[in-house]
Design a protein around this ligand. Structure first.
Ligand code: ADP
Ligand code: MG
Length: 702
């Protein structure tokens, strides 16, 4: 490779694809894209979860199997095997300790290591510093594949703190660290978007130094959530959030124009529905109608616990817009959900003789039907449009979009909301969420957006009976379920992972399927998870919906919005692993008609007091708002970092237990940046680029 090419690589932009990194082949690239993100910045923000003091254990004699030790040794013998011929026999470096341990032997062992590398590294009779995992091999102390080895005089190269990252299959520690290192070498010196005053007040470092230090901690406290490093990232993230909201509001509120809807009554439609609307639903529809008739476009959040019936509220509003001759759309986070909405809406609209239109796919114009449909949207023939985020795609032009509804809005980023609003002029925006947002979060995420709450459930709904059962008693559960299946129950069964993996010993769909098949011999079981293609997953869910299978074994892909009214039992394995709000969402898959329903939370015996407390909360509460508040309170420190947030909190670094006090400062700072946005454009762009991670769709919940 020419030096010219080299130079180019050195100037890589951290917002570029991870593929641009040196040393990342297609295989790693694919894994990273799936697990971490597709851009270099995503890797840079993949922070260590822990750091271990390298010099905590420095004695061979006192070390226990599995300890991380760092010792100074003399090389006595070097026995190098060519890796090519004798894979099974390791190369071995025999050493002895120093000072009072000079009679204690320690072997450094390598499997499959290039012999030249070892020959270059080790010299007999020299002193080395070695750090790695201590093993006791039949009485002989050894370290296999040490984490670090340096000739003694270079011992300053050994980091004082060794970082640990959450790993996943296909990526080991070495590879991850190497790639993090490469990506860090591209860290640019951004002009700081946080003002000097704020930086001083919170004793922040600049962004680059913060990131670097998190990957190379100098103290154990460096990775604490309330430490000055992670607090800086939390501040940035809040700042990015507030700026996005400002941009969004600006887009909506500054495009004033005549937007008055004629007073078209919905009474006939509402009377034709197969059920009576709840009072909250009626109130919500009225509020929205009022918004729609105002001069400035609506920006409203419709919050309603699972099963409250948000879809029909949205549809009434869409119908109102329709009757004034304009277009409206509803965007859902997954194809399954979009199709479900399409089918529901289609059947509701039959009497009105209105044909809704469904748009799926990733926005590529793939075939004639899609082309035709895009035409129908462009010329205004189609007025009620349902789809996934494909609706945002550039190919889609609307004639006169006036209302955009976003379902399960927490699955979408602010960017996507902005993109949607830009699809028309004076677009009214209604975002819906089944994950009630605790007050503190509502303030941060929505600012002064208007909020409508649907509190009451449709009449006749029964409380879901929730029980917690130790996974040891699963056989008893089987017996109970057998009886229920005879009474035509439909059972969701939720597993934490899809296939067996080495990373954890969580029960997988694969294993559970075998067990269930064995236990319920005559019963059809269908399977749904994120690795299936959409068609397959959809068929599974439909089989279950129409009773062709009695059990739907699934990952949390079913968490959002899947509506199978007849399902009456949900079993959630490893329930301790989920947040309360997420469990509440999952539980909301049952109890969707007037049948008695059950939710069974299986837990591992070894779970913490905190986790038990959580599950108990869920057993006792069934109001999503209360649960969300409780969830926020119960989330222990450390649970936010590295854990994929589900439901109510899209933040990566913000944890309101520790970062509440930043809110006002971040808001103010966002105001200043935004008010001078011309001169701050670069800063704003960088900030948003860094902290607004694109959300992966149609692969939710693994
Ligand atoms: P969510 O608020 O969770 O999105 P949905 O809109 O999917 O809830 O509604 C849940 C179920 O309740 C659907 O089958 C819907 O048709 C039904 N539903 C909605 N409103 C009422 C009502 N007022 N009475 C009875 N059933 C209703
Ligand atoms: Mg819904």
């Amino acid at each position: 490779m020419s030096s010219h090419f080299r130079k180019k690589i050195d100037l890589i932009n951290i917002f570029n694809s991870i593929d641009k990194l040196k040393g990342i082949g297609p295989r790693y690239s694919e894994i990273f894209q799936k697990k971490i993100g597709s851009r270099i910045i995503d890797l840079i923000l993949y922070l260590p979860t822990k750091c271990i003091q390298t010099y905590e254990n420095t004695s061979i004699r006192l070390a226990k199997h599995g300890d991380l030790i760092t010792v100074v040794v003399y090389i006595i013998e070097i026995d190098i095997r060519s890796s090519f011929y004798k894979r099974k026999i390791p190369s071995k470096i025999i050493t002895f300790g120093t000072k009072e341990e000079k009679n204690i032997r320690l072997d450094i062992v390598y499997y499959n290591m290039k012999s030249n590398y070892l020959k270059d590294l080790y010299k007999i009779n020299e002193k080395y510093i070695v750090s790695g995992k201590f093993e006791n091999n039949k009485g002989i102390a050894q370290i296999t594949h040490p984490h670090y080895v340096y000739p003694f005089e270079q011992k300053s190269l050994l980091p004082e703190f060794d970082t640990q990252y959450r790993l996943f299959s296909g990526i080991n520690k070495k590879v991850l660290k190497k790639l993090v290192k490469v990506s860090l070498s591209h860290l640019p010196n951004f002009p700081d978007w946080i003002s000097n005053n704020t930086v001083k007040r919170f004793k922040f470092l600049n962004w680059k130094d913060t990131i670097y230090r998190l990957h190379h901690p100098k103290s154990k406290n460096d990775l604490l959530e309330d430490g000055f490093l992670l607090t800086r990232l939390a501040f940035d993230e809040l700042l990015a959030n507030y700026i996005s909201i400002k941009i969004l509001k600006n887009k909506i509120l500054f495009s004033k124009n005549e937007t008055i809807f004629k007073d078209n009554s919905l009474d006939k439609f509402i009377n034709s529905l197969p059920f009576k609307l709840t009072n909250d639903q009626k109130k919500a529809i009225e509020e929205i109608n009022l918004d729609l008739s105002k001069h400035e476009p609506m920006l409203r959040l419709l919050q309603g616990d699972v099963g409250c019936g948000k879809t029909i509220v949205a549809l009434c509003s869409m119908l109102k817009v329709f009757k004034s001759g304009y277009q409206s759309l509803i965007m859902a986070p997954t194809e399954i959900l979009a199709k479900q909405h399409y089918n529901t809406i289609k059947s509701f609209l039959k009497l009105e003789k209105i044909e809704p239109l469904l748009i799926l796919g990733k926005g590529k114009i793939e075939n004639d039907i899609l082309k035709k449909n895009l035409g129908l949207i462009k010329d205004g023939t189609s007025k009620i449009i349902i789809g996934t985020h494909a609706l945002i795609s550039k190919n889609i032009e609307f004639k006169n979009l006036k209302l955009a509804v976003i379902d399960e809005q927490h699955r979408f980023g602010v960017n996507q909301r902005i993109a949607l609003v830009e699809k028309g002029q004076n677009v009214n925006l209604l975002v819906m969420s089944a994950t009630p947002i605790p007050r503190s979060l509502a303030l941060t995420s929505y600012g002064d957006m208007s909020i409508t709450n649907l509190k009451n459930k449709p009449a006749g709904r029964q409380k879901i009976k929730t029980s917690t059962i130790s996974s040891k008693k699963i056989n008893k559960l089987y017996e109970g379920l057998k009886r229920q299946l005879l009474k035509d129950s439909l059972i969701y069964w939720v597993c934490p992972t899809i296939d067996e993996s080495k990373e954890n010993n969580l029960i997988s769909i694969e294993q559970r399927y075998k067990k269930l098949k064995n236990t319920f011999k005559e019963i059809e079981i269908s399977v749904a998870h994120g690795k299936q293609d959409i068609k397959e997953r959809e068929n599974s869910i439909n089989d279950f919906k129409f009773g062709r299978s009695k059990i739907l074994l699934a990952t949390t892909v079913i968490e959002v919005g899947v509506d199978v009214p007849n399902a009456d039992i949900i079993v959630i394995e490893c329930s301790e692993r989920y947040g309360l709000s997420q469990l509440h969402q999952l539980r909301g898959r049952v109890g969707r008609n007037n049948k008695k329903s059950n939710c069974i939370l299986l837990y591992d015996d070894g779970i913490s007091v905190m986790a038990k407390q959580r599950l108990r909360t869920l057993r006792n509460l069934d109001d999503g708002f209360e649960i969300a508040e409780e969830d926020l309170l119960l989330r222990g420190p450390g649970e936010i970092l590295g854990t994929k947030q589900s439901g109510m909190n899209n933040f990566r670094f913000v944890n309101f237990q520790h970062h509440d006090h930043l809110i006002d400062f971040a808001k103010k700072e966002a105001g200043v940046l935004f008010d001078n946005k011309k001169e701050n454009q670069d800063k704003i762009d960088n900030l948003l680029e860094i902290y607004q991670k694109q959300i992966e769709f149609d692969n939710l919940g693994g």
